[in-house]
Design a protein around this ligand. Structure first.
Ligand SMILES: Nc1ncnc2c1ncn2[C@@H]1O[C@H](COP(=O)(O)OP(=O)(O)OP(=O)(O)O)[C@@H](O)[C@H]1O
Length: 252
């Protein structure tokens, strides 16, 4: 079953559309990168896809009840400050809420999901620490772990690797690609084009609210597109893993 279907999804801010008739489908097994310059509409698209802001057109998630949507999709927003001084493990446990009835205890499968998420994000040793005592990057990893613990068929993540060190960025995207390989679907906005090329099976490019490209990174990330959309002068090197982008300048 398709994990996400958008048809002519459009969001207006004032007179202008900031997301303009975006149509796409994301299938289980896909890790789809959402890329585009600042202000292109990536966050707005993800929020409209979830039904968090008014939009025209349609999104398969937006019409669901909050409980149904929580079972269908995990959402990792851009803001990642943790306000509650609770233990890391307790915060990650909140990801299991869509699976639990009020007042019930954690089951073995909940425990396994929490431990798995902590392990995947390299947080096992942090489980008992107060989340607010962690560094910004560590807190970001805790929130990713909470989303992973939800074990939803679809993960929507808005710039999840911002503020992470290079190894944590790579490991996080590796985890997302592994989730896709396990049969889940991932839709992740990213600014790092090389990470997107390396870990995403497909990239969707937004420019001024419009979807201007959608396909495998090696097809989409061409010098022409990088110039037109990102104003980058760049060479694209073909490597055995993924296209490698060498930026040589910024266009006027
Ligand atoms: N509440 C709002 N009111 C008016 N304009 C808004 C509002 N929210 C977003 N916008 C505008 O919509 C456009 C798209 O914003 P959005 O945050 O979706 O872009 P983005 O691609 O996620 O950008 P970035 O890479 O900088 O995070 C921007 O021009 C932004 O100024």
């Amino acid at each position: 079953m398709t994990a996400l279907r958008l048809d002519a999804l459009t969001v207006h801010r004032g007179a202008c559309p900031v997301v303009d008739h975006v149509s796409l489908g994301i299938e289980p097994g896909e890790c789809v990168g959402l890329i585009g310059p600042n202000g292109a509409g990536k966050t707005t698209l993800l929020r409209a896809a979830l039904g968090l802001i008014p939009a025209t057109g349609s999104s398969s998630l937006a019409t669901m009840s909050p409980r149904g949507r929580a079972a269908a999709a995990a959402w990792l927003p851009q803001a990642r400050e943790i306000a509650w001084p609770v233990a890391v493990e307790r915060l990650v446990t909140l990801g299991r809420l869509p699976h639990l009835r009020p007042g019930t205890r954690l089951r073995a499968e909940d425990r396994a999901a929490i431990d798995g998420a902590l392990g995947r994000m390299g947080l096992t040793a942090f489980a008992g620490r107060r989340a607010t005592d962690l560094s910004g990057g560590e807190q970001a990893r805790v929130l990713i772990a909470r989303a992973l613990a939800q074990e939803a068929p679809l993960l929507l993540a808005d710039e999840p690797v911002a503020g992470l060190d290079p190894a944590a960025q790579f490991a996080t995207l590796e985890t997302f690609a592994a989730l896709a390989a396990e049969g889940r679907a991932v839709f992740v906005s990213l600014h790092d084009l090389t990470l997107a090329a390396r870990h995403c099976s497909r990239v969707v490019v937004l420019d001024a609210g419009r979807m201007v490209a959608d396909g495998p990174p090696s097809d989409v990330l061409t010098p022409d597109l990088l110039a037109q959309v990102f104003r980058l002068r760049a060479r694209v090197h073909r490597t055995e893993n993924a296209p490698l982008i060498e930026t040589t300048g910024v266009l006027e």
